[in-house]
Design a protein. Sequence first.
Length: 268
Amino acid sequence: MPDSDRQPHTSARAQDGTVLAYQRQGSGHPLLLLAGQANNHRWWDGIREDFHATHGTITMDYRGTGASGRPEGPYSTQQFADDALSVLDELGVEKADVYGTSMGGRVAQWIAARRPERVRRLVLGCTSPGGPHAVERDIAVRRSLVQADPAASRQALIDLMYTPAWLAGHPGPYTTLGDPDMPPHARRGHLVASNGHNAWDVLPGIGAPTLILHGDEDRLTPPDNASLLAARIPHARTHVFRGARHAYFEECRHEAGALVAEFLDGLW
């Protein structure tokens, strides 16, 4: 049984009163882990433990997912950032390391740009700045995710997340394919939030040391976005994982985990 299943859910309240479930494990400097679109804390199952030698990890269920409230919306990445800060406030965490992947990386951008005093070090994985400057996925990818056959759409997402070689040795289940219990309005809200993200103008205000990670075969969020972020965020560093797709953090777990740990510890 994963550690996350043995931990009781505790909760904070968002600014609008929405219940926000969060999970805290380990000890050490706080590390806030932010999941991808339409996912809850299970996104980090089996990975978060890699940081527990030096960090206590904090995850949360975005509004609309997991054990959190499911208001009608509208949703936005700015709102998700405010929700994350409400969780840190509830825990009494004044300053945390923040690691966001996919939509979680978009949320992390707002936290680091608007509340720089709350972020010690920042890691942005498989994400983009959003808006007109971002490099968007191609039309074939978009079509593959909205097929009439749900099984075909799910398989398309699996193939975008992982390479065939990795899938051959890892038959699942996979915890990065979305929260299956989300109501339709929340799923739509997450899609609108992610698609509406545009942090281009605030990225130069990020003052925390920043590490940008990406897989070079990522078609869900094309890897050129890593270069865009690195050029926009002062003194950002970039690492690209060769032969990896969107879920580089799982497929390249040992390399990526060690790299992030070293960065958070100030070793490079």
